[in-house]
Design a protein around this ligand. Structure first.
Ligand code: HEC
Ligand code: HEC
Length: 373
C-alpha cells in the first residue's frame, strides 16, 4: 500500500468515528492519563481499573518473560544450559531436514541454521545475515520463516507498510517496552536505528510475502505443567509436577529440545490459558463488551488484518498482552498506535489476557483472506 492509500485508509477509519478523542498532538503519556481521567459515560460504569488503578502491581510480568514483578533482568546467554550448553562439535539433525549443523552454527546470530529452506522464499541479506557489527540476522530471533517466538513475535503475514511503520517507531523512540527488564526490546530498537531504508524495505517485503499459518496450540487449564523461565521463555521442568495457572498465560515450546537447542522453525508452542478465558475474550473481541471497540472494525472480519492494520488471529498471546499493556501505558505511541488508545484505555490486565486467549485460539489457516500491503 502506498502513502496515499494509507492516508485514505487512515481517514476512512477516522470517519467511522471510533477514536474521536485520541488524536490531539500531546505526548503519549499525557494522552493516556487524559483518556483515563475523562472516559465517556458509557465506558465509565464498572471498570475494574478504577478500583485498581494502574500500577506496576498489575504488570503481567509473565507476558514480558518474568515470573514476578520484583526480580531483576537476567542475562540472555547464547550457550546457556537451556540452549544446549557448550558446543562439543557434534553435528545435530532434525527429522525432515537433510541438513546438519553444530550448536555453534545453529546459534550463529549472523547466519543461524536454516533447517528447511524449502519452507520460505530466498532470504534477503539482512534477514539471513544481518549486517555486522550492529544488526543481528532477523532470522536469528524471528526465524527464517518469520514464525517467531513469544519473546519476540511472528513477522510472517504482517502487512508491508505496518512493518515499515513499526520499525520506524522503534527507530524514533515511539515504541518501547513498559518493562525495562525486557532487554531484547531495546536490542530490537538498536537494530531499527542501525538499519538502512533499503534493509527495512527488503525485510518488510520478505516477511509480508509469507502467509501466517498455525503455530500456537491453545489449551484451557487450571493446573499446568511446572515451568521455569530461561531467556524469557517458559520451559517445562522435568517430571510431572503441576501448578495452578493463576491469572497467567503460560506459553511453552511443544518440544523444548527442538525449539531451544536446535531452533527448529517447524516446532511450535502450546499456550495454556485460564479456564473460561476464551469465551470471555470472544465477547470482548466480537462485541466490545461495553468497555472497548469491536476489534473486527479495524483488524478485519476474520481478524487476519486489513490494509495496513496487522492481523491478530493465531498470534502469540504473551506478545498480544504485552502490546496491549504497552499501548495502554503509552509506550507504543506511534502515529498508528494512537488508534488503539481508546480501545485499550478501559481494559484490565485480565481482560487483555482473555482477549489474547481468544485471538490466539483462532485458526489463521481458516481465514478467507491474507494480509495485504
Ligand atoms: C535479538 C532478537 C531479535 C532480532 C535479531 C530481531 N528482532 Fe525484531 N523483535 C525482537 C523483539 C524482542 C520484538 C518484540 C518487542 C516487544 O515485544 O516489545 C521484535 C519485534 C519486531 C517487529 C514488530 C512486530 C509487530 O508485530 O509489531 C518487527 C517489525 C521486527 N521485530 C523486525 C525485525 C527485523 C526486520 C529484524 C532484522 C533486522 C529483526 N526484527 C531482528 C527481537 C529481535
Ligand atoms: C480504530 C481501529 C482499531 C480498532 C477498533 C482496534 N485496533 Fe488494534 N490496531 C489498530 C492499528 C492501526 C494498529 C497498528 C498500531 C501501530 O502501528 O503501532 C493496531 C495494533 C494492534 C496490536 C499490535 C499488533 C502488533 O503486531 O504489534 C494489537 C495487539 C491490537 N491492535 C489489538 C486490538 C484488539 C484486541 C482490539 C479490539 C479489542 C483492537 N486492536 C481494535 C487499529 C485498531
Amino acid at each position: 500500500m502506498n502513502f496515499r492509500q494509507r492516508v485514505a485508509c487512515f481517514l476512512l477509519l477516522a470517519c467511522i468515528g471510533i477514536f474521536p478523542a485520541a488524536l490531539p498532538g500531546q505526548d503519549s503519556h499525557q494522552r493516556v492519563q487524559q483518556s483515563s481521567s475523562q472516559p465517556s459515560s458509557a465506558l465509565r460504569k464498572s471498570t475494574v481499573s478504577e478500583q485498581n488503578p494502574d500500577t506496576a502491581s498489575d504488570l503481567p510480568a509473565w507476558a514480558y518473560g518474568f515470573d514476578n514483578t520484583t526480580e531483576g533482568p537476567r542475562p540472555d546467554s547464547p550457550d546457556s544450559e537451556a540452549r544446549g550448553g557448550k558446543d562439543d562439535g557434534t553435528l545435530r539433525h532434525l527429522p525432515g531436514s537433510t541438513r546438519s549443523f553444530t550448536l555453534t552454527q545453529i546459534r550463529d546470530n549472523s547466519g543461524p541454521a536454516d533447517w528447511y529452506p524449502e519452507d520460505h522464499p530466498a532470504m534477503p541479506e539482512i534477514v539471513a545475515h544481518g549486517h555486522k557489527p550492529t544488526v543481528v540476522a532477523c532470522s536469528f530471533c524471528h526465524y527464517p520463516n518469520g514464525k517467531g517466538r513469544p519473546v519476540n513475535t511472528n513477522l510472517a503475514g504482517l502487512p508491508y507498510s505496518y512493518i515499515l511503520q513499526t520499525l520506524n517507531d522503534f527507530k524514533t523512540g515511539a515504541r518501547k517496552s513498559t518493562d525495562p527488564r525486557k532487554s531484547n526490546t531495546n536490542v530490537m530498537i538498536g537494530f531499527a536505528k542501525s538499519m538502512t531504508d533499503d534493509e527495512m524495505k527488503d525485510a518488510a517485503q520478505y516477511f509480508s510475502s509469507m502467509k501466517w499459518t498455525p503455530w500456537i496450540r491453545v489449551v484451557e487449564a487450571d493446573m499446568v505443567p511446572k515451568t521455569r523461565i530461561a531467556n524469557g521463555i517458559f520451559l517445562r521442568v522435568k517430571g510431572d509436577e503441576r501448578e495452578p495457572i493463576g491469572n497467567r498465560i503460560i506459553e511453552t515450546p511443544e518440544d523444548v529440545e527442538a525449539m531451544e537447542v536446535l531452533r527448529d522453525a517447524r516446532s511450535g508452542f502450546i499456550a495454556y490459558v485460564p479456564e473460561g478465558s476464551i469465551k470471555k475474550g470472544a465477547t470482548l473481541v466480537m462485541t466490545g463488551g461495553g468497555k472497548t471497540t469491536r476489534c473486527t472494525v479495524c483488524h478485519g472480519a476474520d481478524l487476519m488484518g486489513m490494509g495496513p492494520v496487522p492481523g491478530l488471529a493465531g498470534r502469540s498471546p504473551s506478545y498480544l498482552v504485552r502490546q496491549l499493556y504497552d499501548m495502554k501505558h503509552g509506550l507504543r505511541a506511534g502515529e498508528w498506535a494512537k488508534l488503539m488508545l481508546p480501545v485499550v484505555s478501559k481494559l484490565t490486565t485480565d481482560d487483555m489476557s482473555a482477549i489474547a486467549a481468544y485471538l490466539a485460539s483462532l485458526d489463521p489457516s481458516a481465514s478467507a483472506t491474507t494480509a495485504t500491503r
